[in-house]
Write a protein that binds this ligand. Structure first.
Ligand SMILES: [Zn+2]
Length: 344
């Protein structure tokens, strides 16, 4: 194993040839004893160009890492070779060691892929340069949700290749263009690219699903560029739901005297059609306490939600996704998204 490092202020990108010894057994919280920080690992295989895989951009979303430990086990020590060369990027190692999404002082590692001058953004830019020069077969980024959601794939372009890659994981596919600073969007400029969202972190079923998906990707000779023959559901993310800066948030049956109190089962609404007038909770404020922004960043809250005698209700038909009750995620990222069926 040879290691080369490149520093960008507080962030150092390490590059390795071959998996470090012990990779297949290390608990994710011990990963910082094996890797100094964000690391790009090349595992030589029998075919080129390489498959690019990223994992742990969010430090506490570990299913992808657990799946890789299983899939890559036969290749540790360099005895056997995978069917295709892999470039594996392990993102926020320090956050993983602490079982958190990210540290407060640093940007979200899946929002640094569209330029900028922060050390993390410079590192991301460098990594994209390396991968563009290598040429990439396909890009896979693995995540978990914090609320209840089906397993689904996300794509940033709607073409036959992108759909076919997404379908290897799930017939539920979400097309999104915002946030535009994600890794899958950056790679979508030069290779088929998919983000897979694999339920709650660490669930055995999710890890098994990812193992099967990764093995299919490694075996594949070419991402088919003909229209998919199997049925699928394609959604388009049209708006993001955030909490207004000053709002306090609670979950439960009875309204808190100050703040917004959303229904206990909020995340069970994900990927389900919600009719106009659907009850979402209570607000003690003069507004819903929620902020909905469209893909151009405009405030479109009133198009979707209204406050009627302190009750927050939908005003139009919506399909929510990624609704979460995790207050850290709500503050650091958002409450969830609004989708529509997508008709190309
Ligand atoms: Zn994530």
């Amino acid at each position: 194993m040879v290691m080369v490092t490149e520093s960008f202020g507080r962030v150092t990108l390490s590059k390795m040839d071959g998996l470090p010894a012990g990779f297949e057994v290390i608990p994710v919280t011990g990963l910082d004893t094996l890797l100094p920080g964000p690391t790009l690992i090349r595992i030589r295989g029998r075919k080129e160009p390489p498959l690019f895989i990223s994992v742990l951009l969010h430090g506490n979303e570990i299913s992808g890492f657990l799946a890789l430990q299983e899939v890559l086990k036969p290749f540790s020590g360099g005895k056997a070779q995978p069917a295709r060369t892999i470039f594996l990027f392990i993102g926020n190692v320090a956050a993983s060691a602490k079982n958190i999404r990210r540290f407060a002082h640093e940007p979200d590692y899946n929002r640094i892929w569209n330029g900028g001058k922060l050390p993390e953004q410079l590192m991301a830019h460098r990594l994209l340069d390396i991968m563009k020069k290598e040429g990439v077969f396909a890009c896979i980024d693995m995540h978990n949700n914090t609320g209840k959601n089906p397993h689904y794939s996300c794509i940033n372009r709607v073409t036959a290749e992108f759909l076919n890659l997404a379908l290897l994981f799930s017939p539920t596919i979400v097309f999104f263009t915002e946030p535009h600073e994600v890794i899958s969007k950056a790679f979508s400029g030069f290779c088929p690219s998919v983000t897979v969202e694999c339920g709650l972190s660490g669930e055995r079923e999710g890890t098994g699903h990812l193992v099967r998906f990764l093995e299919l990707c490694l075996q594949m000779d070419k991402v088919p560029d003909t229209q998919p023959e199997i049925p699928y559901s394609l959604f388009h993310t049209t708006a993001k739901i955030s909490l207004r800066e000053e709002a306090e948030i609670f979950f439960g049956k009875n309204p808190e005297s100050s703040g917004i109190t959303l229904v206990e089962n909020l995340d069970s609404l994900n990927f389900r059609h919600q009719e106009p007038g659907t009850f979402l909770g209570y607000s003690s404020y003069e507004n819903t306490g929620l902020l909905v922004t469209d893909n151009r960043g405009r405030d479109v809250t009133e198009k979707y939600f209204a406050l009627d005698r302190s009750q927050i209700r939908t005003t139009k038909h919506i399909i929510p996704s990624m609704l979460t009750k995790d207050k850290t995620v709500i503050r650091q990222d958002c409450l969830g998204y609004i989708m529509e069926h997508y008709l190309p």
